[in-house]
Design a protein around this ligand. Structure first.
Ligand code: AMP
Ligand code: ZN
Length: 102
């Protein structure tokens, strides 16, 4: 998707360090962290928001990735957060799950 910041990061057009990657998703540190650890888990496919998910297996894959990321990052206590829609605070219109840990 042109002009999507997360698609550009996925494609290496915007430099960013992946803290995790698998066939379905990648994860990066949030540029503006709202907790000591603030990681974004982003599907590789451009899906605009939770409202646009057609196959719920994607969500299962993302949460399996979260478990692996947390193990890797030594995160045991955390919040997950998904903003859906602009008026609910979604700024980047490419589905992502926030992991927040202090
Ligand atoms: P949301 O408000 O749920 O759409 O969250 C978007 C998040 O993406 C915000 O927490 C931003 O700080 C973060 N963000 C935006 N651009 C970048 C970037 N280039 N690298 C890492 N995080 C970003
Ligand atoms: Zn995208």
């Amino acid at each position: 998707m042109t002009n999507c910041i997360f698609c550009k990061i996925r494609d290496g057009e915007i430099p960013s360090k992946f803290v995790y990657e698998d066939d379905y998703c990648f994860a990066i540190n949030d540029i503006n962290p709202k907790a000591k650890k603030h990681i974004l888990v982003i599907p590789k496919a451009h899906v605009e928001s939770l409202n646009h998910v057609e196959d719920s297996l994607l969500i299962a894959n993302l949460f399996e990735a979260i478990k692996k990321i947390n193990k890797q990052e030594n995160i045991t206590h955390f919040k997950t957060h998904i903003n859906t829609g602009a008026s609910a605070g979604q700024e980047v219109m490419h589905l992502h799950i926030h992991i927040l840990a202090n």
